[in-house]
Design a protein around this ligand. Structure first.
Ligand SMILES: CC(C)(COP(=O)(O)OP(=O)(O)OC[C@H]1O[C@@H](n2cnc3c(N)ncnc32)[C@H](O)[C@@H]1OP(=O)(O)O)[C@@H](O)C(=O)NCCC(=O)NCCS
Length: 329
């Protein structure tokens, strides 16, 4: 193994279910309008998985694409990490289910739950495990079926989210975007800002919790908005500072795809022009842990990132959590 090198993303892939639901269709479900959704969020459409597509199926399709593009054999993958807040089941992990579906060996598998920051948390963990020398090639997936925890009677949340998956294969051998550094943080002081209150050990599922709609996502949108801009700015500056880089050194920002107004505010606060931000949230909405790899994969496939350029990936999510990752293309 090439222990002196940084890990690289030697393979990448993403997948979104076929069914696109545009804003006008949502007007049939809740009291909203295409104009409200677009002006407040930038979202035009989102993909919704079928009843037969749990999160592991979305993860499977993205992972197959990532492994194929890495050129590695299935037997060479020795670690699987899935970032998700919509696992197939509370346990076992979706990573274990994915291992079997992919036909991998009996390798280490676990999930990471850091909400929308989950993919970047998982990259950090996978890189550390590879750098320890105990693992060689890690499959890292961000996958979500957000539609499974949406309250389709709550217009303030159901218009925002969508389903999808993205995956990377990390290795110190091979070519691909180089992982230069990571930063993760969290503030657990106010979990109710964004949560799914029912179904855990605090509120085990009962007829009452179901009637009270506690198994759906709940959010204080205004507070989350303010926190998002603040923590994404600080996570970006912290990581750049640790690597002796300035905002001018960044060629591309791939932010968590939650809301175009959050991205605009972040652009202003970081003083990085909006044209350097890669966004595809108008097509997919907020896909939580899948959002950054879905955008990253699209940018890669479109040849948007040039060799040698520096990319900044930055996310925030329920917890609150935040995370940033620096890559060199
Ligand atoms: C959710 C969000 C789009 C709401 O936008 P906002 O400008 O803050 O809107 P408000 O919550 O102040 O609501 C304004 C009004 O719009 C209404 N409204 C909410 N959702 C609506 C919808 N889908 N359609 C029409 N009206 C809606 C509200 O009821 C409110 O009406 P009122 O003033 O009569 O009470 C915004 O707060 C946001 O994006 N927050 C961050 C969410 C996020 O990114 N979460 C994911 C974290 S990973």
């Amino acid at each position: 193994m090439n222990s002196g090198r940084n890990s690289r993303m030697v393979g990448f892939g993403s997948f979104a279910p076929d069914q696109a639901v545009d804003n006008l269709e949502l007007c049939n479900r809740v009291d909203t309008s295409d104009e409200w959704i677009q002006t407040r969020t930038g979202i035009k459409s989102r993909r919704i998985a079928s009843d037969h597509q749990p999160t592991s199926e979305l993860a499977l399709r993205a992972a197959q694409r990532a492994i194929e593009s890495s050129g590695l054999k299935l037997g060479e993958i020795d670690l699987v990490i899935v970032a998700t807040i919509t696992p197939d089941m509370a346990f076992p992990s979706t990573a274990c289910i994915l291992q079997h579906k992919l036909g991998l060996g009996k390798v280490a598998c676990f999930d990471i739950e850091a909400a929308c920051s989950g993919f970047l948390y998982a990259l950090d963990v996978a890189d550390a495990m590879i750098s320890s020398g105990r693992y060689r090639n890690a499959l890292v997936v961000g996958a979500e079926k957000m539609s499974s925890i949406m309250d389709w009677q709550d217009r303030s949340t159901c218009v925002l989210f969508g389903d999808g998956a993205g995956a990377a294969v990390l290795s110190k051998d091979g070519e691909g975007p180089e992982l230069l550094g990571f930063f993760c943080g969290a503030d657990g002081s106010n979990p109710s800002l964004l949560c799914q209150p029912g179904g855990g050990s605090l509120n085990p599922a009962t007829v009452d919790t179901v009637e009270e709609r506690k198994h759906f996502l709940k959010m204080n949108g205004r507070e989350i908005f303010k926190s998002a801009v603040r923590v994404m700015e600080s996570a970006s500056r912290e990581l750049l500072g640790r690597h002796g880089l300035n905002v001018e050194d960044v060629s591309h920002v791939i932010p968590h795809q939650a809301n175009v107004r959050i991205v605009e505010s972040l652009s202003q606060r970081l003083e990085i022009p909006l044209m350097k931000f890669f966004c595809n949230l108008e097509k997919f909405g907020n896909t939580s842990a899948a959002s950054i790899p879905l955008a990253f994969d699209e940018g890669l496939r479109k040849g948007h990132f040039k060799a040698g350029e520096i990319g900044l990936l930055v996310a925030f999510g329920a917890g609150l959590t935040w995370s940033s990752t620096l890559v060199r293309f």
